[in-house]
Design a protein around this ligand. Structure first.
Ligand SMILES: Nc1ncnc2c1ncn2[C@@H]1O[C@H](COP(=O)(O)OP(=O)(O)O)[C@@H](O)[C@H]1O
Ligand SMILES: [Mg+2]
Length: 227
């Protein structure tokens, strides 16, 4: 009964094709990026991230991520989302946007509980979430979004007041999402997961939730806007 009703089932991932070719996939990703900006490249600084998000989407078990503390390579987890840390302008936001376009081309199947869905993420900046809270006193829409991509975590005002309610909006949202087993969270941030300012901003519980919720990546390199 529990299984039929989809209780405690979490996420089910599917392979859409066994024969996808990683090299071709990366060429396609690069073509999508170049459509947006002819200077777009997959290079030594971002290849690991692009390669492994492609693998994540295709549900390829050889996917890797990095350990947030030791920075060593670890196995990726298909049931976790993605966290990309890196300097401003290193290409984190673009990565989430280009990979979303790639995902839309394939219509990757996924199941949340018993609900069939496609891999598609809603992209929103952390400060927009805070602004929405101030306007409506609610963050329900972000709690419910199945796959939510939060851009620039850490750049938003930490304390917000709406109708007399004071809240650390992102802390509340991340704690809530971390407690659910049927959603995925994608994040870009200037703050590495294990940096002390992440704990200072949101506390230790949120940090450990994030480690549980996300495959971790870092994009190295300078500000590409200035190149
Ligand atoms: N892979 C890439 N190759 C070349 N230029 C890129 C790439 N990714 C991003 N850029 C350029 O760098 C700028 C900053 O990228 P963005 O993703 O906004 O950085 P971040 O989110 O890390 O601050 C973009 O406006 C784009 O012009
Ligand atoms: Mg960004």
């Amino acid at each position: 009964m529990v299984k039929e009703r989809g209780l405690f089932q979490g996420i089910t991932r599917f392979k859409n094709r066994d024969d996808y070719d990683l090299k071709e996939s990366l060429q396609l990703v690069e073509a999508i990026g170049k459509k947006r900006n002819p200077k777009f490249v997959i290079d030594d600084e971002n290849r690991f991230v692009y390669e492994n998000i492609v693998k994540w989407l295709h549900c390829d078990m050889t996917m890797k991520a990095i350990h947030p503390e030791t920075k060593h390579e670890v196995s990726g987890d298909m049931k976790k989302g993605i966290y990309i840390a890196g300097n401003t302008g290193s290409g984190k936001s673009w990565c989430m946007e280009v990979m979303l376009a790639y995902a839309c081309l394939f219509n990757f199947k996924i199941k949340f509980g018993i609900e069939d869905a496609r891999i598609w993420w809603r992209i929103v900046r952390a400060d927009e979430i805070v602004a929405r809270f101030i306007e409506t006193t609610s963050i329900d829409e972000y709690k419910k979004t199945k796959i939510l991509c939060i851009q620039d975590l850490g750049s938003e005002p930490l304390e917000a007041v709406s109708m007399g309610n004071r809240m650390n909006v992102l802390r509340t949202l991340l704690e809530y999402r971390g407690d659910q087993s049927d959603n995925l969270t994608m994040i870009t941030s200037n703050i590495p997961i294990c940096h002390k300012s992440l704990t200072e901003n949101y506390d230790d519980r949120v940090k450990s939730r994030l480690v549980e919720m996300c495959n971790y990546f870092e994009i190295k390199g300078k500000d590409r806007r200035k190149l």
